[in-house]
Design a protein. Structure first.
Length: 223
């Protein structure tokens, strides 16, 4: 609830379980006073609320919490007229810029071990699924170049060695990989016309044969 500098976690009944103002956990009394003990709203949606539903949004939420604490502790150092909502919009704009110009993903790709937690159970799990006859697929909003870096790190032959070559071995664990999917609209939009095959080694886009393509890019000309 960025208008008040608050971040909270809800359960499936939309009851506020945990709430923080900056990094200070709000008491039960404060939560009840702010949000009630029962659901009194139909939804907690934009524009007054922002969802923290991706790993990238966690960093955004952390930065916002830091600024809330700074503003509360140093009001004289904050420009006149600045409120929590304005701070959040500035954070949101800055993070969007990092995504658009590639800064954020370049930093992760340069040193994946610093930003990605290695999970040695991923490859055995995928192998088990494929041996059982199940089909596996990967759907991501990221484009091919970044997807390849992350998946090579997580599923590559020498996962702890960040200097190991990018040989796309991880593609063996999936029947199809869909990049640039624009989730969540991918799951409910009927339009699938903007599809191209990605050539893994070069990243070139080719006309897609969905029966044969391994890696697919969903292209939305309006993004």
């Amino acid at each position: 609830h960025f208008n008040y500098g608050v971040q909270y976690q809800m359960d499936r009944h939309k009851y506020v379980k945990v709430a923080y103002h900056g990094f200070r956990e709000m008491s039960k009394e404060e939560k009840v006073a702010a949000y009630g003990s029962t659901l009194i709203r139909d939804s907690f949606d934009e524009p007054d609320y922002a969802l923290i539903d991706t790993l990238f949004s966690l960093g955004e939420a952390y930065l916002f919490a830091q600024l809330v604490d700074f503003m509360d502790s140093n009001p004289a150092k904050v420009p006149s007229g600045t409120d929590y909502a304005l701070m959040y919009r500035d954070v949101r704009s800055a993070v969007d810029l990092c995504h658009r110009d590639g800064t954020l993903k370049r930093m992760v790709a340069k040193e994946p071990s610093r930003y990605i937690n290695e999970d040695l159970a991923i490859v055995p799990m995928l192998q088990m699924l494929r041996k059982s006859g199940r089909s596996t697929f990967l759907v991501t909003n990221s484009l091919w170049d970044y997807t390849d870096v992350v998946m090579n790190y997580l599923c590559g032959p020498h996962m702890s060695d960040v200097s190991s070559s990018h040989n796309q071995k991880w593609l063996e664990y999936f029947d199809v990989v869909i990049t640039g999917s624009s989730k969540p609209s991918f799951f409910h939009d009927d339009n699938r016309t903007g599809l191209f095959e990605v050539e893994p080694d070069s990243g070139k886009l080719l006309n897609a044969d969905l029966q044969e393509s391994k890696v697919v890019l969903m292209y939305n000309p309006f993004l």
